[in-house]
Design a binder for this molecule. Structure first.
Ligand code: FAD
Length: 545
């Protein structure tokens, strides 16, 4: 039961009780030199100093909700409401640190089973109250913003108490999980039965099964285990029009696959209460290894070869020269200098780090898969860094966001964005987004750091994931990022998808029409009308209300 998850004002990523990831003195020195950091630290404003409007949930619906869920599970206190005031994007964190422009829900509802979720929707529909489904609250696109959409009130429907493993069918390799279950909990419950889901996004420590399904999430091992939608066998949704269950067989020709309408619906077509997922036997062996490739083009050629020869490692991750430089610098200057010398001696001018990680059932399988991958790389010159570097990447793979906290404290604008396109357009898209970000983030004399990696590869193309580090414009922090983000999205539109795995939410909505067309928007709007005639579900997200 993970009902104890802390939800006070979330100005940082690091869960309470978990180790933070401070920046080392050498990392700070390097950042000062590279982007011109000042000495100022900008800690979050204490939540006791925030001016939060009172709840506007009227007495009658509140009494009905309390009768349904019990008083303890209808929270109107400021701390609980602030804890669900938005997601985890840079803008969300800056808003909460500054205590400005917070959209706070009027109440937090905590149902414990699908029938109660259905009951909540019926009450909210009757009283015209907006409902924001809330999983781990890790959205980075405004997906859990408490937008009222012209309704009488807005509630956060926190699914934290829907946290049970409903069934596990080992013959079919299908587990039915409740939507509010955290990824960490899902992995440990499945491990007890010898299985894994294999879904490891960087938000693993906080995000939920329902959130993954609602956003078409992709984990770090997507090249081997697939994206989350590839794992979904069935979904159960509560909607204002009634309960909707989808998925009865592994494949079907019974019309369009409506599961795909539910997956990625971002809370606007129903509240996902259960997900049937495909599971795999937990690996007995794994091997993570790092290589260096000379230059971005050689690196993407290497990943394309792995994808097109269908021998991708489960984790296949290529960093561009800037990301490689940053990873080395943040890992310590001595190491960085020694490695730099080693690579220069090998004739590598533009090092790009390539991490490959395999999970397997046996030593033989592991050996065969690795050998096949090495064969596919025969035409690309790679320098092997070995297992220690690969294993080190693996052991730090969820700690990046904790360093984000330390960077935010130091007044750094640190944010990510992502897209995907076909192989032939990948490098042009990377250049276009980089140019847009660099131009729009610069505040002083030194250019911001804009780094990029490929972490999800397909036979026909790949994702691009950008991370920026720039001195924060202290006066106009939100506007600084907003400008850069808009320019990057404009550069993406027409060249790639507006989101490969972060979803649309509020932030990407202006660009969705260009991707799915007017007819696509009309189809989504019609589907919404069918299940949510009065538009109470997650107003302002994905499509225009
Ligand atoms: C540091 C960091 C790293 C991240 N790394 C990754 C990554 O590697 N891969 C990746 O794919 N994403 C990543 N994300 C984005 C985010 O974690 C994913 O979008 C994740 O799937 C959201 O899950 P959640 O449970 O937190 O959902 P929430 O943030 O709570 O909700 C996301 C959206 O889904 C809706 N929703 C949530 N639960 C339900 C439900 N049960 N029924 C209907 N709608 C629902 C919400 O209303 C909202 O619109 C990252 C985010 C952060 C902050």
């Amino acid at each position: 039961m993970n009902g104890e998850i802390e939800h006070t004002l979330r100005g940082s990523w690091t869960p309470s009780g978990a180790a933070s990831a401070p920046l080392s003195p050498s990392a700070l020195r390097w950042l000062r030199h590279r982007i011109g950091l000042t000495e100022t630290t900008t800690p979050a404003v204490p939540s006791s100093l925030l001016d939060v409007p009172g709840s506007s949930l009227a007495d009658t619906p509140r009494a009905e909700l309390e009768a349904l869920l019990g008083e303890r599970h209808v929270l109107v206190d400021t701390a609980a409401r602030l804890g669900r005031a938005g997601g985890m994007s840079y803008s969300d964190l800056v808003r909460r640190r500054d205590g400005a422009e917070l959209a706070v829900p009027d109440a937090v509802l905590l149902p414990s089973d699908p029938e109660l979720v259905q009951g909540v929707l019926e009450i909210c529909a009757r009283h015209d109250i907006a409902v924001v489904p809330f999983g781990g609250g890790t959205s980075v696109v405004g997906g859990v913003d408490a937008l009222r959409g012209g309704k009488n009130a807005v509630v956060a429907l926190d699914l934290v108490r829907l946290d049970r493993l409903i069934s596990l069918d080992p013959d079919s390799r299908i587990a039915v999980l409740q939507a509010g279950m955290r990824a960490t909990e899902a992995e440990s419950l499945l491990a007890a039965h010898g299985f894994t889901l294999g879904h490891f996004p960087q938000s693993f420590e906080r995000a939920t099964i329902g959130g993954f399904a609602a956003t078409r999430s992709a984990g770090q091992a997507s090249s081997g285990y697939g994206r989350f939608e590839d794992m979904v066998e069935g979904v159960r949704l509560a909607t204002p029009a009634g309960e909707w269950k989808l998925g009865v067989a592994p494949a079907s020709a019974a019309g369009p696959d409506l599961r795909q309408l539910a997956i990625g619906s971002e809370g606007i077509l129903g509240v996902i209460t259960e997900v049937a997922v495909r599971v795999r036997p937990a690996p007995r062996r794994s091997r993570y290894e790092a290589f260096v490739v000379d230059g971005w083009q050689a690196g993407t050629d290497a990943v394309r070869a792995l994808a097109q020869e269908r021998v991708l490692a489960d984790v296949t991750r290529l960093s561009d020269p800037t990301e490689t430089e940053v990873q080395l610098a943040l890992s310590g200057q001595l190491k960085a200098r020694a490695l730099g010398n080693f690579l220069r001696a090998k004739g590598v001018r533009n090092p790009c780090l390539l991490v490959l990680g395999w999970d397997a059932g046996s030593r033989t399988e592991l050996k065969q898969r690795r050998a096949a991958a090495v064969r596919a790389l025969r035409d690309v010159r790679t320098v092997r860094l070995g297992r220690a570097a690969g294993e080190s990447w693996k052991s730090h793979r969820f700690s990046g966001p904790r360093q984000r906290d330390a960077l935010l404290d130091r007044g750094v604008c640190v944010e990510t964005l992502e897209t995907a396109t076909s192989w032939s357009g990948l490098s042009e898209l990377r250049s276009a987004v980089r140019t847009a970000l660099v131009r729009n983030l610069q505040t002083g004399s030194k250019p911001p750091i804009v780094m990029c990696h490929v972490s999800h590869a397909y036979e026909t193309g790949a994702s691009l994931y950008f991370t920026v580090l720039a001195p924060r414009d202290a006066e106009h922090a939100l506007a600084q990022w907003q400008r850069a983000k808009e320019a990057a999205c404009d550069a993406i539109a027409g060249r790639g998808t507006i989101s490969h795995h972060h979803a649309v939410g509020v932030d990407h909505r202006p660009w969705l029409g260009a991707e799915i067309g007017d007819i696509g928007t009309a189809v989504l709007t019609a589907a919404k009308r069918a299940v949510d005639p009065t538009g109470i579900l997650n107003p302002g997200k994905l499509i225009r209300d």
